[in-house]
Design a protein around this ligand. Sequence first.
Ligand code: SAH
Ligand code: SF4
Ligand code: F3S
Length: 459
Amino acid sequence: MRNPLRAAIRPNFQHPAMKSYHLTTFGCQMNEHDSERMKGMLESLGYREVAARDEADLILFNTCSIRESADNRFVAHLGEAKRLKGEDPARIVGVGGCWSQSMKERVFERFPFVDVAFGPGQIPKLAEFLTSDSLTAQGYFEFEGFSGHLPMKRAREFQGWVQISVGCNCNCAYCIVPSTRGREASRPPGELMIEIEGLAADGVREVTLLGQNVNSYGRDLPPEEKTTFAHLLAMVDAVEGIDRIRYTSPHPKDMREDVVRAHAELDALCEHIHLPLQSGSTPILKAMRRTYDRERYLDRVALIREHVPDCALTTDIIVGFPGESEEDFRLTLDVCEQVGYDGAFTFVFSPRRGTEAALITEGLVPHEVKIERMQRLVEVVQRRAHERAQRFVGRTLEVLVEGTSRTDPSRLRGRTRHNKAVNFTGLGQPGELVMVEIDRASSQTLSGSESLLARAGAA
Ligand code: SAH
Ligand code: SF4
Ligand code: F3S
């Protein structure tokens, strides 16, 4: 159905000879990866990327809506696009991603200067729009298939993301993602293996498997393609040239022993698991509809520590969910003390449109209480992460070199298998695996120097 509000005419639009684009990405790795697909697709259409928004014929945003702050950040950027479009009406403004999907046609009501809006499942439609003679603004918001067939422009040639599933079948009461990315659908293992073998042949050494709930992977596949996540990990491990496998995120409810064991058994699977906690209090987990309780979560941690004692653990935590009492919050702090995470992403609860938690009117946690709890949480998380990181001091760890250090250009930067960032002195080139002797550790980063002995020994 055509919405008259969408009929924002683009006057005299013509395809210029060499068109340029500028893309700003917000949100999670899923969006980063979708942006790589968008870039690959645009470049195959003859567009070239420019660094400044005001030089672009096509201004694109890949948006996130996970928290209110994400919306606000994006809307501020959109103001600049409006101004640039005002200066040159032939410019095209496109808005993709989760915010766009959650707003649908309302994108054009709120921002009539937007030419094309599309959800995360509709990236190929952007090409259709750009190559059509359409003069009216268009919105594409169906959930269909994968963008896996699109070319991709990777940020680093030696690291690749692989989307193993789209969507999410969970009902976490606070979360907007099921409504922006649709029902969970796994990609067939055969298709994934072709993609991963292609990446390896292209020089990728580290792959990160992406999904909202990776360890429910494969359950929706037809019987002849049924594959568990643990089995998929084993297949990826067998690919020649893939030295490191990561994945994000597993859900504690679906974390089984086969996946934990895989960390001990598969050479390429890294010693790091991101296991989102959200809350350490069973009643709050119940209200969040997380479908596991505090005991089940701690039991998963014990299982991981039993099979992979050195495994790094990171997590996501929300403070100030409606109904969270001081006692509930202390239970969250207590899990952080007990587990000793290597790192945590901590968020203040933010009510999202269309979610169950946004309708709760009782037991709302006052803003100042949320802030005070957040400070206490960050203190515990950082102190424990600092303590945990000391186990690396004095060890020689394998580091994948990513580039030069952000703070000191004479040093290098890379990541350990535990996903710790390391700044170090050495001779390694980006994409190389080197051995680094760790001499210092803070809650966030390690510091050291490349072991030339180990390097010579390896040669
Ligand atoms: N699928 C992933 C997480 C996706 S969102 C998983 O389940 O692990 C990343 C994180 O954002 C979540 O783990 C949660 O901690 C946080 N988050 C999601 N919705 C939120 C909200 N409404 N307010 C605050 N934090 C939120
Ligand atoms: Fe959101 Fe929960 Fe699904 Fe993660 S598992 S994407 S938090 S609904
Ligand atoms: Fe990711 Fe944000 Fe969407 S976190 S899944 S881009 S809402």
